[in-house]
Design a binder for this molecule. Sequence first.
Ligand code: NFS
Length: 678
Amino acid sequence: MAEVTKETTKEKVKKVADPVASSIDTATQQMIARAQELGIDTVFDRAAAMKPCNIGTQGICCKNCSMGPCRLPLTKDVDPENDTRKGLCGATPNTIAARNFARMVAGGAAAHSDHGRCVAEVFMSVARKESHDYQIKDPLKLLAIAPHLGVETTVEENGEAKDRNLDEIALEVAEKALAEWGKPEGELLYLKRAPELLYEKWKKHGVLPRNIDREIVEIMHRTHMGVDQDYKNIVKQCTRAAIADGWGGSMLATDLQDVLFGTPYPLQSEANLGVLKADHVNVVIHGHEPVLSEMIVAAAQSQEMLDYAKSKGAKGIQLSGICCTANEILQRHGVPLCGTFLQQELAIITGAVDAMVVDIQCIFQNLANVAKCFHTKLITTHPIARMEQSNVTHIEFDEHHAMEDAKRIVKMAIDNFQNRGSEVMIPKQKAVQIAGFGVESIEYHLGGTFRGTFYTLNDNIINGRIRGVAGVVGCNNARTRHNEGHIAIVKELIKNDVIVLTTGCNGIACAMEGLLTPETAGVFCGPGLKEVCETVGIPPVLHLGSCVDNSRILLAATEVVKAGGPWKDISDLPVAGSAPEWMSEKAISIGHYFVSSGVYTVFGVTLPVSGAPIFQKYLFEELEKMYGGKWDLEADPIKHAQKMIAHIDAKRKALGIDKARERQLMDMADRMKLEATA
Ligand code: NFS
């Protein structure tokens, strides 16, 4: 019998997460505890048990060739005046960290843009009338984007301009859009949608993307062993690729999805695990590409499927979503959000999920292990994202028989309803939310009465009721308390009269917290923002959709510039960006296109650049001289928000509108005084 030493006993005690320390959300806390009770490990437990690598965290581990991995000594162990650290080939900390950073941009831009390409391909098959399950739902949006792709919407006949046939326009838009991924010459067509000054900055610094794929490939080439050894030159290429993501792949994804599935307009829904229903068939959709989930929404609403569900003893079919596919179908159909990125395992642990349908991105491989403990059918649907575990079903989606695929999936979930075990525990928590905002709806709500522009928004920014605009976006990260940074930062911003545009998992976190309702304004906002929100009836936090929909934030900022004011470019505006709990490569690409578009952008948690102080300084200070935007890192949520507010105030001052705000605040005080004496 082996002797039980102190060491072996220690090993046997598996480290598990403290539920309360892991999340601010009580539903999440309950489900973490529930998982532990059932002996199922979740990401929270794994984060408690496994510490990240210090060297990788600082961005100075190079594994681009097999002489390594070269793990450079940590910055704190080095004399900054005499930094002689290098890898076997001589690569410096700057080169290594810049290469790693650039590869993250490549990964992120590739993910967004490949999603965009898939949408463009479906759009092409619709334009060719090969996919009968999809139609063009928003022809006005098609007409709006056509000119940006160089497609005429009118033809001249007998000296008169006549409307062009919509099918012809759609086909040409599809061709032009698809060509953006690989055209042999020229530059991306959407770049001209940016404010003129920004376009000129990109041109001057030689970062106009040529086509989407090429910029990503070139990052991979340049960061290969022994190629680009100048961190500034590496950053130049990742700037090009990031712009190709934000103003290319992501923007095309958003636009073509709007044309195909409809442009979002405000609607009411709910959020958090409590949206699951014990007496309904629960289908959870998880991932990023809405092409299949659009069909699942239609299938789940069909009488045929509803009758079938009832025949199996269910009261109906409850669809809900996780991650950005969720945001897509929320925005367009009001399908409720089941949770953020970190709640994906917890949804299955409720025991009430009859099928979880996944497509691409942000999907834990451990879902299959969790699903094994329950009756849940885990269904992969995308050819590029399969799982090796035997309990996973693969139903490959094909746009040519999309409805058939969707019905097969929904039917599988219904058939599985009766296999539900007794281990069902659905948390009660859910919050009401108003989502579905976009450039078009902001224009409607905050535009002028007689002019369809951002006039009213601009006016309120100038008079100081709205101090500034923040884009708060991005993931959850199990290295920090779930949703704590998201919510603290957003609350601090709105308290200080900064209106928030949200996407991705920040949007879901805000929805769960109840921040996406107009009533929030009266509770959490500063007096100026409260007044604006109450007057026009909008929440102070506007949910703009999924992560590819960050392109909507770029276009909203562009509209503010174009609608007129004392500013000429995005970098002049009192705006700031934030990703409080980021974790994915996509977030780095987004951050970098925000920065390259002129936005001061703060990341929370960590940023893998601190091991290379000169490179970090380049991102945090030098880039601003070129594009007007810069990176920053701040893990403390309140300081994080305060840095954004300080930047917004500095921009107001530079624009000469800081006094307006002071006056406006005086007016409020005077008014209160008047009310008190009345
Ligand atoms: Ni964005 Fe969306 Fe969430 Fe992060 Fe993942 S879902 S694309 S990457 S985790 S916000």
